[in-house]
Design a protein around this ligand. Structure first.
Ligand code: DON
Length: 307
């Protein structure tokens, strides 16, 4: 039965390939230069089998898909209460790079938007790490989710940092509310390095499969984060992972998911499979156009909607 998956993936890639709508992210110059025709899809089953079609081994930067994994690491490293005291779990209904702070507490509304993710980066690892050690903790943790050693892309990191005015402004707002308690620029620097981790579509499917497998990497067998952390992360992915398109996604696709501006997209179906797609052209929410179409197909063709 499973042997039909590669043919199925090839067929759905061919179906979405002609759609050239959308544009690669323009605000990070290095990403604007990406080949917009790249297209790939992979499924990683919770027993460790991986199926792929198209450009599944091409590496690109993880960007916002790092956010749920960094959130998982912060929850595991610090415990729920200190993280929830600083970052909420409500959908913002706004774009990923809006400030979106709660008016009474100054907390970012959720960990999937930039304000929340910048805060979460500052909470990864045990208290007291310096900025370099924290980036190492995050890259190590993301590597454990993927089941192989990942590295960062210095050119994409530098390109984003040179234009990071908006994230710096958000971080200074967070610092003014004492949500961030360290140097705002240093935290944005670390967060930007986190976003520059290189992954393939195959890696992303395995990272999603680790979430689907309740925190155990299907290949290494390592329990990367505890099960209650995974439930928290998947819940927030369901309600907030697609930003201000989360409602459309929840009704039409119906699985926890996360997108990134380099064109990656993941979905995790608990107990079954981690799925990932790659296509760099984005819609006006910052989600991959062909990636969203692919997931709509996966969900309807295989009845994956969790409701
Ligand atoms: O902070 C940023 O704007 C980027 N490093 C990540 C944004 C992102 O991937 C939004 N998702 N679709």
């Amino acid at each position: 039965m499973r042997s039909i998956i590669p043919d199925y993936l090839t067929e759905v890639l061919d179906a979405v390939r002609p759609d050239a709508s959308g544009e690669p992210a323009g605000y990070i110059p290095e990403l604007a230069a990406a080949d917009p025709e790249r297209l790939g899809a992979a499924f990683a089953m919770v027993d460790g089998e991986v199926y792929g079609a198209g450009d599944v081994d091409t590496e690109f930067t993880i960007q916002s898909i790092s956010k749920p994994f960094a959130y998982a690491l912060a929850l595991a490293d610090r415990g729920f209460a200190p993280v929830l005291a600083k970052v909420g779990v409500e959908p913002s209904g706004e774009a990923f790079n809006e400030i979106s702070l709660e008016s009474d507490t100054g907390r970012p509304r959720n960990p999937m938007i930039n304000a929340g993710a910048i805060t979460v980066h500052s909470l990864a690892g045990p208290a007291g790490l310096n900025a370099t050690e924290r980036v190492e903790r995050v890259v190590d943790g993301l590597s454990a989710f993927a089941g192989r050693r990942l590295r960062t892309d210095d050119a994409v990191y530098a390109s984003e940092m040179a234009h990071a005015h908006r994230n710096l402004a958000i971080a200074h707002m967070l610092r003014s509310h004492d949500i961030l308690v360290e140097d705002a620029r240093a935290v944005v620097d670390g967060y930007t390095r986190q976003c520059s981790v290189l992954v393939s579509t195959r890696d992303l499917a395995m990272m999603a499969a680790t979430l689907a497998n309740r925190g155990v990497n299907p290949l290494s067998g390592e329990q990367v984060v505890p099960e209650p952390v995974v439930r928290q992360v998947l819940s927030v992915m369901f309600s907030c992972g697609m930003y201000d398109a989360a409602g459309d996604w929840g009704t039409q696709v119906g699985i926890p998911a996360k997108s990134g501006v380099a064109g990656g997209l993941i979905g995790a179906l608990p107990g079954h499979v981690g799925m990932a797609t790659f296509s760099p052209r984005l819609d006006n929410h910052g989600n991959s156009v062909r990636g969203v179409s692919l997931f709509e197909r996966f969900s309807s063709d295989m009845g994956l909607h969790v409701m």
